[in-house]
Design a protein. Structure first.
Length: 305
């Protein structure tokens, strides 16, 4: 089957099965262009919670599809790349967090959405990089633990002087960015703005002209008067930045900014998943009910002023 034939079949099957294709910004361009909705974790969570489709085909990684199933339990949720995991999510387990809570019962657990359903189920509220700063302000003055990303947690604590423990997890893509890389690229492109995701380490984040979620970085490039940008996040977002802007030069901080897990979704795996209802996501009902409380609170607080 040719690429064009496969695309035709994907679109036909999508209509036949009343399916919606959701894709993260870090997916490959061809997958982004096929999707009904492209967004970051927060946008995709909202879309999953309100869609009237019977089936959600989630082009992302496991925790994202799992979150969609929790928010839309009556839907069939497929993950085309069945082994697309998240190394950051793997840095903390249900047992790890349970033991921490037993030793620190006075701390509320703020859980990055990049985590398993079991970890969400033990948490008080979930956040994404889009809404973490807004939501964390609702808990100022309280003792908190942020899991599992040490870098975003440290960034929030630094900005708001929080009593915040951080779990030692991280995204290897963002955590590996260095001050030296930024200095090298700024020397090469002195008039370009450096924009970065807050999953990077604080010394790198502090060099940025703008810090934001994947969606935030996209919107900043669209609205900024600058004509050049050095982007410190996974290279998949450059596809949307270039599609949605004209006359701007956009370069990635380093060629190593590529998430192998996100790129596991291919045209063939998307087609086969939709054709055969392959790789359905299921979440234990007890875990799902508890995890949904933290996700619902996230969605609620995200909409409040």
């Amino acid at each position: 089957m040719t690429q064009s034939e496969m695309i035709h079949e994907i679109n036909r099957l999508k209509k036949e099965k009343n399916a919606v294709i959701l894709a993260h910004y870090y997916q490959s361009p061809i997958i982004q262009d096929l999707a009904d909705f492209v967004g970051d974790s927060y946008q995709l969570s909202k879309e999953a919670s309100k869609t009237d489709a019977d089936m959600i085909v989630f082009c992302g990684v496991h925790f994202m599809a799992e979150t969609a199933k929790i928010l839309a339990p009556e839907k069939t949720v497929l993950l085309p790349a069945k082994d697309a995991g998240c190394p950051m999510a793997d840095t903390i387990t249900y047992t790890d967090l349970k033991q921490y809570k037993e030793k620190n019962p006075d701390r509320k657990i703020v859980c990055y959405v990049n985590s398993t359903a079991e970890v969400k189920a033990l948490s008080d509220v979930c956040v994404t990089s889009s809404n973490a700063e807004k939501i964390i302000r609702h808990f100022e003055g309280e003792k908190l633990m942020y899991v599992p990303d040490k870098n975003l947690g440290t960034y929030l604590a630094d900005r708001h002087q929080l009593d915040l423990d951080v779990w030692p997890g991280f995204c290897c893509i963002h955590n590996n960015l260095t001050v030296e890389q930024v200095q090298t690229m700024k020397a090469k492109y002195p008039d370009y703005e450096f924009i970065v995701h807050p999953e990077a380490q604080l010394d790198v984040v502090n060099m940025a002209d703008y810090v934001g979620s994947t969606k935030g970085l996209l919107e900043y490039v669209k609205s900024s008067s600058s004509k050049g940008f050095i982007v410190g996040t996974e290279e998949g977002i450059l596809h949307q930045m270039k599609k949605q802007t004209t006359g701007k030069d956009i370069v990635v901080l380093t060629e190593k900014l590529l998430c192998k897990s996100m790129k596991k979704t291919e045209l063939k795996t998307l087609y086969e998943a939709l054709r055969d209802d392959k790789h359905q996501i299921e979440v234990d009902q007890t875990i799902a009910v508890q995890a949904r409380k933290a996700l619902d609170l996230m969605l609620e607080l995200s909409e409040t002023s």
